[in-house]
Design a protein around this ligand. Structure first.
Ligand code: PGA
Length: 252
């Protein structure tokens, strides 16, 4: 896989079927603003609806989470094989809300990343420090540790098919965005770590997430190690998402 610029919408537990219809009406009108890699992760129950809605566009659809298991007695879970079967392209893994609200550990993140890769899904592995960790000067320790542990044991022949998303927890949904210099410092350190653990770091996309908005996206994308965004709030409104995609397109 080669490094590319992406704009990934993480819809979390939002959007009704009606919202989805109007979202894509606006997207189809503004289609020429879409970047090559405009990806959206809806609620799982809407995956099929989105797969139908994006027909005729370049948008790719994925999941917000997946099981580390292939199949079996895991009530309420979704298998990466089933996601692939349906037409999903990628899955988020280890989003900070999964880690903090559902106790997901780095070992689970590694197992899920491995399962996603083995099933032909592109994992977007999310990492990020809390405010307390940043204030204690622990940002790089925490983030690089999450990268190392989250990628442990991934299959050798697919190890470069991953995407990393750096999302400082204090910036998610808060309106507080990391400054471009602050974000760039962490992105560069993540890239160096990827190289240390034997990945083709220069070929791996590293996204920034946490209050990415139309008015700050350009300054973030100017940073040499920021290869796009993982966007919550601003990806829910089609007109805002198109602005974000257009900014990404200008960097392709
Ligand atoms: P936000 O969310 O853009 O609303 O801050 C980002 C995320 O959680 O992926």
């Amino acid at each position: 896989m080669t490094r590319r610029i992406l704009m990934v919408g993480n819809w979390k537990m939002n959007q009704s079927l009606g919202d989805i219809r109007s979202f894509f009406e606006t997207i189809k009108i503004g289609q020429r603003e879409l970047c090559k890699n405009a990806w959206i992760a809806p609620q799982l129950i809407h995956l099929q609806a989105l797969l139908e809605s994006v027909a005729g566009t370049e948008i790719k659809i994925g999941a917000q989470n997946c099981s580390e298991h292939q199949s079996g007695a895991f009530t309420g879970e979704t298998s990466p094989a089933a996601l692939k079967d349906l037409g999903a392209h990628f899955t988020l893994i280890g989003h900070s809300e999964r880690r903090s609200l559902y106790g997901e550990t780095c070992a689970q993140v590694a197992a899920k990343t491995k399962a996603a890769l083995e099933n032909g899904l592109t994992p977007i592995v999310c990492v990020g420090e809390t405010l307390a960790e940043r204030e204690a000067g622990q940002t790089l320790n925490v983030v690089l540790g999450q990268v190392q542990r989250g990628l442990q044991g991934i299959p050798e022949d697919k190890k470069n098919n991953i995407i990393i998303a750096y999302e400082p927890v204090w910036a998610i949904g808060t309106g507080k965005v990391a400054g471009p210099a602050e974000a760039q410092e962490v992105h560069a350190a993540i890239r160096a770590t990827l190289a240390q653990i034997g990945l083709m770091a220069s070929e791996i996309s590293i996204l920034y997430g946490g209050s990415v908005k139309p008015d700050n996206v350009a300054s973030l994308l100017e940073c040499p190690d920021i290869d796009g965004g993982l966007v919550g709030g601003a990806s829910l409104k089609a007109s805002d998402y198109l602005v974000l995609c257009k900014a990404a397109k200008e960097r392709e």
